[in-house]
Design a binder for this molecule. Structure first.
Ligand SMILES: Cc1cc2nc3c(=O)[nH]c(=O)nc-3n(C[C@H](O)[C@H](O)[C@H](O)COP(=O)(O)OP(=O)(O)OC[C@H]3O[C@@H](n4cnc5c(N)ncnc54)[C@H](O)[C@@H]3O)c2cc1C
Length: 637
């Protein structure tokens, strides 16, 4: 017996020569929230649909959801969708924070309706067991629970762990073929041309390594958000604690980019930090999102004051944190997309507050570490935070299970907080930049490429869970209708062969560079040179480095089994995406006074073209001049 006894054999039969060809009306790439909804809606309309998902569709994507956002269409909400979009636009103009007006407005009108659809599929959205009877965030008649602003009622607290099962059961009931563990690496275009009609996609099985060719009349890109943080800026140590799916690697984005889809907003101007720094997301106390409106105290039990970021006035009571009216707002306590934009939870937007706090710590006014004071919260708030929200958010049932099993008792224990006002007390976690790009789409969620639709966080500036569900449904309906009007396009088999050659190249080597090394190198370049402080010089150095990696290490990367091949292909995408982020950031730096929306497209010549779309392009011809008209005109039901 030698050392070989410890070598674990790859447990699946590997067949890099195998090719599977599948024909369908609608191909859904990515089986997370938007993908599942898109497939359900297209199948209900009689289209032949298949889903290709890199992971397992049953548990694809972040899975849970504790906040159902932007439900301005729910009867109890005090703000109408039109008032919400008006506020949002004003806020965006004032602060220059980008958003997706089409996706938002449609979501504002469809969010609650979609949640009711989800309930019909078996998801739990109401407090049917009366656990929170009498709580100020509960509507006693409907048993719905609200979050953030209890008087405005545009966000609901929900039992998100039931959502994926409900969607999965419906996909199975509709007999939608689910191609799990298939990583889509490239889109196919008519005649293999950049900018041509999308006629399908190809991918590789992450266990057997077999190749898949999907021929489709319509394709919907539902591959989630563009990974600015994990594989491009944060690899090793940070980011993977974030509960984000490791498959969020931007492979779908890269495939659509190479086909000629119009990209928006991928500059790395924002320093976001990574989730909760070096600790698992939501497993530490904090005053934001899932933990809102938790009181935070210092090591001596001294309360950290809350501040209203719009008025900069102190917020004195817990009630004021959750009732906008008490803070003097008629309707919204902040912009509708971030109704939680109250106190320190989102002092992210007011760095001065965070900075001031840290200065006070240095002066000895507050003593670290900080703690989330769950025992000090009213009972219904405490139980809503720990037990409802922590447990339903993303994959936080693991956090809930482990903390509870370890003896954590929210009635008497505080949980340490490593995070303050959008800043981490772990300084390294503050260093990461992020890019949040996505694809431009019209009011039908159609991209600039014929045959290609987009939904969810792959859309420009993302849409969150409710928006992913709404846009998935909408795009599914539109893609099904489109598929009825066209026949299958012609596959260019040379394009398929070129992609096969590219995909399997790393398997042909016996030694070389490991994907992790390449990934670390990409992150190092990006963290060093591409951030909110970047100037032309730095960005050009980054491009030089990335170019060298592309021509050097990327050519030498080796994959010894389908798992390594998957990670390698993701890393190669990350490298290509890193270049796109850098190019885009360079263009932004060169145009400091740019008004409008900067997009980039790969032209058929292979050149990258930058386009400036005017402010409110979504209400200019060929679209109608008002949000409502566009919504009514394009509504698929
Ligand atoms: C921990 C956590 C908690 C969250 N909580 C909330 C919340 O409470 N409320 C809220 O509104 N939002 C929440 N979000 C955000 C929300 O989950 C996302 O906005 C939503 O899931 C986006 O849906 P999507 O379909 O666009 O992407 P996803 O649900 O991420 O699905 C994308 C899918 O595409 C697959 N995929 C990617 N690339 C490929 C490829 N090349 N080939 C095949 N498959 C591919 C991925 O494996 C993934 O399953 C949370 C996110 C996280 C990470």
């Amino acid at each position: 017996m030698g050392l070989n006894q410890f070598v674990v054999e790859w447990p699946y039969p590997v067949n890099y020569d195998g090719i599977n060809v599948i024909e369908t009306d609608v191909l859904v790439v990515g089986g997370g929230i938007s993908g599942s909804w898109a497939a359900i809606e297209a199948a209900r309309r009689g289209a032949k649909v298949v889903v290709a998902e890199e992971m397992d569709v049953f548990s694809a994507g972040p899975a849970g959801c504790d906040h159902w956002h932007n439900a301005f269409d729910n009867p109890a909400c005090k703000v109408t969708p039109d008032e919400a979009i008006e506020t949002m636009e004003r806020y965006v103009m004032e602060r220059g924070i980008p958003f997706n007006p089409i996706g938002r407005y449609i979501t504002y009108n469809e969010s609650f309706k979609t949640l009711l659809e989800l309930e019909k599929l078996g998801a739990k959205i109401r407090d049917t067991e009366d656990e929170f009877k009498g709580a100020p965030f509960r509507d006693e008649e409907t048993k719905l629970l609200y979050a953030y602003t209890y008087d405005v009622k545009c966000t609901l607290r929900v039992w998100g762990q039931t959502f994926r099962q409900a969607l999965y059961a419906e996909l199975v009931r509709l007999r939608v073929p689910l191609y799990g563990r298939v990583l889509i690496t490239s889109l196919l275009t008519e005649d293999g041309k950049i900018g041509g009609r999308v006629v399908g996609a190809v991918g590789v099985h992450t266990r057997t390594g077999e190749f898949y060719v999907f021929k489709s009349k319509a394709t919907i890109l539902c591959t989630g958000s563009f990974d600015g943080g994990l594989r491009i800026f944060g690899y090793l140590g940070y980011g993977f604690y974030s509960l984000h799916s490791p498959s969020m690697a931007g492979v779908g984005h890269n495939a659509a980019w190479r086909a000629g889809a119009e990209f928006l907003g991928i500059d790395a101007r924002f320093r976001r930090g990574t989730g909760h720094g070096s600790m698992p997301s939501y497993a530490t106390g904090n005053p934001s999102n899932t933990w809102y409106p938790c009181t935070i105290v210092d090591a001596d039990g001294k309360e950290i004051p809350w501040i209203d970021p719009l008025t900069m006035k102190p917020v004195s009571s817990i009630e004021e944190r959750v009732i906008s009216d008490l803070r003097g707002y008629k309707a919204l306590g902040g912009p509708p997309s971030w109704p939680e934009t109250t106190p320190i939870s989102h002092a992210f937007f007011i760095p001065s507050v965070a900075q001031d706090f840290l200065e006070r710590v240095k002066r000895g006014e507050y003593k670290l570490p900080l703690y989330a004071d769950l025992p000090g919260m009213p009972e219904h708030e405490r139980r809503a935070i720990f037990g409802l929200m922590v447990a339903q958010e993303g994959k936080t049932w693991i956090v809930y299970y482990n903390l509870t099993r370890a003896g954590f008792d929210p009635n008497k224990d505080m949980l340490q907080s490593y995070w303050f006002g959008g800043r981490h007390l772990d300084p390294i976690a503050n260093l990461f930049t992020s890019a949040h790009g996505g694809f431009i789409h019209d009011w039908d969620f159609r991209t600039n490429l014929e045959g290609l639709f987009v939904a969810g966080d792959a859309c420009f500036y993302g849409l969150e869970h409710a928006g992913a569900a709404v846009s998935g449904r909408w795009a599914g309906a539109k893609a099904a209708d489109y598929a009825k009007s066209v026949s299958l396009g012609k596959i260019d088999w040379d394009q398929v062969e070129r992609e096969r050659k590219r995909v399997y190249a790393p398997t042909a080597k016996t030694s070389g560079v490991d994907w992790r090394e390449l990934n670390v190198a990409i992150c190092t370049v990006m963290r060093t040179y591409v951030n909110d402080l970047s100037n032309e010089e730095m960005l050009k150095i980054a491009l030089k480095w990335l170019d060298e990696l592309e021509r050097g290490e990327a050519e030498k990367v080796v994959a010894r089994n389908p798992h390594e091949l998957t990670r390698t292909l993701e890393t190669l995408s990350a490298l290509s995406n890193a270049k796109l982020i850098t190019l885009y950031t360079l263009e932004r730096v060169r145009r400091p006074n740019l008004k409008g929306f900067l997009t980039m497209i790969l032209k058929s010549s292979g050149e990258v073209e930058f386009v400036v779309r005017p402010w409110r392009w979504w209400l200019l011809p060929p679209y109608a001049p008002t949000y409502r008209e566009n919504y009514e005109r394009h509504k698929p039901w």
